[in-house]
Unconditional design. Structure first.
Length: 257
């Protein structure tokens, strides 16, 4: 019986997906015996991602050693990460949409104040250390793609260029809505008019209001990512964060399929 006291608010499709992938992996590598069955390992990984439970908590809850809990979760995250869509696959999906919405988010990390590469001053009231992740959604705010994580000091437009996202949008002729951080991204990316509100013409104000309503739907995707508590405050090596984001993306796309 697959029971864990954390009370996971996830559909059974996520558990079935991960259990299936872990079963297939064990068969490929010829695993004969494990402390936990694939279903229990899947449940452990989901508790880590969804609830943000530490490896110590998971080890105690599942009756395994700390190192075993770490190894099992890392293995499960890797199995999910390879299922996340590549940029090329995401562009194929985006090409079938009327338009897409692009936005960047900062995933907070546990870093000291002088760790400058990870320090983001994007929002004056919320300056913090974190990792920059670019997110692409459809017109209804449904996730299409999430980028690998870069240091938080990287500006959104620079991150989008680094990932090849802007070139891919331009090559595919895909219309994209984004905020002012992407000013100068090219003809495929539509951004609001710049300038003080009281200096804008009535037409530009109306255009900016309409633009903001469209982009607001993209915020739903950010809320979806942050509903996975682990991503609200990451206390792991920054080299693991890209796989964690991909794992969450794969689970979300499975749940919405």
């Amino acid at each position: 019986m697959l029971v864990y006291s954390s009370g996971l608010d996830l559909s059974t499709s996520a558990l079935r997906l991960l259990r299936r992938e872990l079963t297939a992996r064990r068969r490929r590598i010829g695993t004969r015996w494990r402390r936990l069955a694939c279903g229990r390992q899947a449940l452990m990984a989901l508790a880590h991602l969804r609830c943000g439970h530490t490896f110590a908590q998971l080890a105690a809850g599942f009756g395994v050693g700390l190192a075993t809990a770490h190894r099992y979760v890392t293995e499960a995250v890797g199995a999910l990460a390879v299922l996340a869509p590549t940029l090329r696959q995401a562009m194929a999906v985006a090409a079938r949409k009327a338009f897409v919405i692009l936005d960047g988010t900062l995933l907070p990390i546990d870093r000291i104040a002088d760790d400058r590469p990870f320090y983001s001053g994007k929002h004056r009231k919320h300056r913090k250390h974190g990792m920059n992740v670019q997110v692409l959604t459809d017109p209804f705010g449904k996730l299409i793609w999430a980028s690998p994580a870069l240091a938080g000091a990287v500006h959104d437009i620079q991150a989008a260029r680094t990932h090849g996202l802007l070139d891919a949008l331009s090559t595919g002729g895909i219309r994209c809505w984004a905020d002012k951080a992407y000013q100068g991204s090219g003809p495929s990316v539509r951004v609001p008019f710049r300038g003080r509100w009281n200096k804008l013409s009535a037409g530009k104000k109306a255009a900016n209001r309409a633009h903001a309503k469209i982009r607001a739907l993209g915020e739903q995707a950010m809320a979806t990512l942050k509903s996975w508590r682990l991503l609200r405050k990451l206390r792991c090596s920054t080299t693991r964060i890209s796989d964690l984001v991909k794992a969450v993306l794969a689970l979300e796309l499975t749940a919405s399929a």
